[in-house]
Write a protein of this length. Structure first.
Lengths: 126, 219
């Protein structure tokens, strides 16, 4: 299971990587923006994208849209982890096909629960 | 004698009367000449109005830029505020990474403690020493608790991301205000003066230097 963690704050990337490592995921890559993340995803091999929303170059919502628009990537599970908590944004993400949405600050338990839910769904649909 | 605005409309009366008379007499050429007179009167009056407004604007802008502090604000204080706010983000980033590094170093040790404790428990399960069993249970419990707390500590570093985003918004606000001030000062026509880089305050770095300084002063 190869996971890409995208956030413009290096500390948040490190936190998420630590939490994922604790859950047994140790094949992790990171990117600091949607613009650097997209080519990495396009090179292939990723099973999950965990991304922030607010990033300077390409935002998380635009990254999500780009992923869903790419025929090679459109089925990639995407989990958003972000401080953005307006109803409008959550609906926007859902309408653009996000698989999970976690608002900051979050707990390790929440991350685990959302991941389990995503992979349970992926199992049932595959 | 009507006069409204700031110019005397009486000046229009004579040409108007001559125009009406020309219409009555069918004198087309005279009519057109008087119309031209009216038009050029109108243009002159407009120029006078515009001139007055321009003077008012100029005076206002001059009064504005006479306050040198505005320029200094745009050129020195705002950029300085941005730098300091960016420094705060850098400082919290360093602090959070420092904590994460320490935690990452201890996590494997903690897991190793749990593993070795369990291995030891298995090895010694036939040994009937209650204190030993208790000790191993204690170690197991501690290892589990530490693992949980280390995980919490990792999560607790999220303050850096959350505060950083807020600070970034403030920096953006400062940038917008700075740009507006710069535009305003440029609009007033003056060049930016050379503002002194500010009182460079000498700072002491670290406890050793503080102690040295105090010693040198006889304390």
């Amino acid at each position: 299971m190869k996971i890409l963690v995208v956030d413009d704050f290096s500390t948040m990337r490190r936190i998420v990587k630590n939490l994922l490592g604790d859950l047994g995921f140790d094949n992790l890559s990171e990117a600091d923006d949607g613009t650097t993340a997209l080519p990495m995803l396009q090179r292939g091999g990723f099973d999950l994208l965990v991304t922030d929303w607010n990033m300077p170059g390409m935002t998380g919502i635009d990254l999500l849209k780009a992923v869903r628009a790419d025929p090679k990537l459109k089925a990639l599970p995407v989990l958003m982890v972000t401080a953005e908590n307006t109803r409008e944004q959550i609906v926007d993400a859902a309408q653009n096909g996000v698989n999970g949405y976690i608002t900051k600050p979050f707990t390790a338990a929440t991350l685990q629960e959302k991941l389990e839910r995503i992979f349970k769904r992926v199992e049932t649909t595959s | 004698m009507a006069s409204w605005g700031s110019y005397d409309n009486e000046q229009y009366r004579a040409p108007l009367e001559r125009m009406l008379s020309a219409i009555d007499r069918g004198a087309e050429g005279e009519f057109n000449r008087e119309l031209d007179t009216l038009t050029s009167l109108r243009e002159q009056n407009l120029f006078v109005e515009i001139g007055k407004l321009t003077r008012q604007l100029h005076d206002s802008l001059n009064a504005f830029q006479v306050d040198q502090r505005i320029g200094s604000f745009a050129q020195k204080d705002m950029p300085d505020a941005r730098i300091r706010l960016n420094n705060v983000i850098e400082m919290t980033e360093k602090a959070a990474h420092r904590s994460l590094g320490l935690i990452e170093n201890e996590m494997p040790e903690c897991d190793m403690l749990k593993t070795k404790t369990q291995q030891m428990s298995k090895r010694l399960q036939h040994v009937d020493t209650p204190e030993l069993k208790q000790f191993l249970e204690f170690c197991d419990g501690v290892a589990k608790r530490w693992h949980g707390n280390l995980s919490e500590l990792v999560m607790a570093q999220d303050y850096q991301d959350l505060t950083g985003q807020v600070i970034r918004d403030v920096i953006e606000l400062v940038e917008r205000v700075e740009a507006a001030l710069v535009d305003l000062v440029r609009l007033s026509g003056r060049e930016f003066g050379t503002f002194r880089a500010g009182n460079t305050v000498e700072r002491v770095n670290g406890q050793a230097q503080v102690d040295d300084l105090l010693s040198s002063l006889g304390f």
